[in-house]
Design a protein around this ligand. Sequence first.
Ligand SMILES: *Cc1c(COP(=O)(O)O)cnc(C)c1O
Length: 382
Amino acid sequence: MLEFIDEELNTLKQSGLYRELKTIEKVSGARITINGKEYLNFCSNNYLGLANHPKIIKKTIEIIKEFGFGATASRLICGNTVIHELLEEKLANFKGREAAIVFPTGYMANLGTITALVDENDTVIIDRLNHASIINACRLSKAKLQVYPHLNMAALEKILQKSGKYKKRLIVTDHVFSMDGDIAPLEQTAKLAKKYQAITMIDDAHAVGMKIPDGIDIVMGTLSKALGSLGGFVCGSQDLIDYLRNKARSFIYTTALPIAACGAAIAALEVIEEEPELIEKLRDNVRYFENLRLNVAVSKEPRRSASGSLAIQSPIIPIIIGDAAKTMEIAQKLFDQGMLVSGIRPPTVPKGQSRLRITVSAIHNKEELECLASLLPPPIPK
Ligand SMILES: *Cc1c(COP(=O)(O)O)cnc(C)c1O
């Protein structure tokens, strides 16, 4: 009965799409050890180095000593502690909103929020390159799913013009796109939403230290990337948050976020407040690396935002190779040279758009960035 598994695995292997885990034995800032050998890490989402920041470790241990590790039940039963509420208060503050709600992961935040907001009478309109968790949430919601080409506001408007028949219209977009590092035109999105009376929701998972323009109703985010912990959250009006507490199934029917994860996220928010230079350092590193890599023949294309200006605020730097097998070969070669850079293939990105995905962190130093840039591949013969 299970032969199909073997067949499918073989197909994946033959097409260069088979995925394997790497086991990390030791972590020291941007340096990690795999199979006894040290590598420079250029694929983590630990943009500010908070996943192993000494202040955060210390504070988290204190909170675990007082409250234990797990929350023991869902939030609505008896898993809600002062630590969860303190975290939600801090998150609302952080994003400049009235209130916040935390979920066990960002994936579940998207799932619970979108399915609570729209159903078969409604439409949900999304950018083609939105994160997989948003797409799954839309499918599960049963709302009419409509997709516009990446960053294309004219196409979004066309869809909105024809969507009057739906009871509600929900526009969802990543703020910073996770595989391209480019930035959604949020001001235009908000303007269109206002004109056609749609609700706006953004996924802020990779938006480190970036401003959110007015007119965005719902801000979703994760504790697992720049904040170095685990968990997802949604910020918005108090009414929205009360509604989600009553309606979001991935909030109601699951155990509350572990207190340890809440503690680490609270400590991370405090460190960001106390050490604003971390975000400056990240921006500096991104700028520095972007200039280095533009001199590499294989990647002459600078990243641009929708307005055409250089999009150099985001720490995600894709280098498009095209072919999946070729991409993995280059990633392997970099790995052999001590650089951990992820090769991204379908189904994560469309076919023919396989790429190296480099993430820059505040904890890299200039020599490390120079080292990676010097090892990036020469142009690929067509
Ligand atoms: C990682 C990610 C998520 C999911 O967040 P987790 O907390 O890791 O589950 C959602 N949206 C985007 C854009 C992401 O990159």
